[in-house]
Design a protein around this ligand. Sequence first.
Ligand SMILES: Cc1ncc(COP(=O)(O)O)c(C=O)c1O
Length: 367
Amino acid sequence: MKVPIASPVMTEKMIEAAANALRNERLTLGESVFKFEEAFARMCGSKYAIAVNSGTAALQLALQAHGIKAGDRVVTPAMSFVATTNAFVPFGVAPGFADVLEKDYTLDPAKLKAAVDNKTKAVIPVHLYGHVAAMDEINDIAKKNNFVVVEDAAQAHGAVYKGRKAGNLAHAGCFSFYPTKNMHVGGDGGMITTNDDKVVDVCTRMRHCGRKKGSNYEHDIIGYTYRLNSANAAVGLEQLKMLPEWNEKRRAAAKQYDQMLKGVGDLVLPPGPTKDVSPVYHLYTLRTKRRYELKAFLEGKGVGVGLNYELPIHLQPIYKEMFGFKEGMLPITEKCCKEVIAIPMFADITQEQISYVVDCVKEFYSK
Ligand SMILES: Cc1ncc(COP(=O)(O)O)c(C=O)c1O
């Protein structure tokens, strides 16, 4: 049996929706884009959503729309995909890192507090693997220090924190629709969510080359070509309809993995639901001191695995070179990044596939 690490869905209905958009709409910023924005905002419970062409673009525009500029510093966790900081380093903003909580791999509020300096103008908590960060504590620190909070919800479409959805818990939320995410758009795409009219105005102009509102050839801000294509938005609309069901299926699969893998070898299971957080398991990530051995064993059995993230951002070669970051800066992050290994997780994973993966893991530990 072969079990992939992820399995993006593309139904005939989604293909037909894309084809219809290609036949009948403007190819970019067509009707489907606006419908997708409305529906996505509704899902998050936020007033607005602005569609863009990647999650990285979403983070960049959300920060710039809040006035973050060259010379400022933005604090993030380093246990994340590199895009979290790639979103602002190219425009001259310095990354400041704070360590994560070992229990759920999200930003540790106490470490955030200690990492703030007078150049810090924003923080990006990352809802890693679909588990929402401690937003109340983070928002509190931000309020006291007068900085902006932009959620990196690229892995947390539909995740819940204290009854509210990820993306509607701070100044802005940013999502990715990269194909392996909990929902996608049949290619690259992203979304910014916000309740702030000014942020909507700036982001919609910035994604469209900085055009002045209502004008085609006048540009009053520096902008980018970050529009979402209409065919992608049409796929996104169909995917969004499936998101609640898909997230429930991921939760059910995670529950089964939890039950079947509890106490096996030296495995540390992922953070489960808490009284505050209902996660959406973008990834099901274990920890073990034997991850390279386990990886080789599982791959030999046809089971896909991921090392998300083998290198924390501060230890990526380009970040070490540019900023002089060194090992030892973020002990919890570094320890966890040495041990994490993701096993197959997707909405349509079958009972047989789950049992097969678990049997393979158990076989590894029985040797
Ligand atoms: C945590 C996180 N942040 C940001 C991004 C960037 O999204 P994109 O790849 O759509 O630019 C991703 C996904 O790739 C991600 O996982």
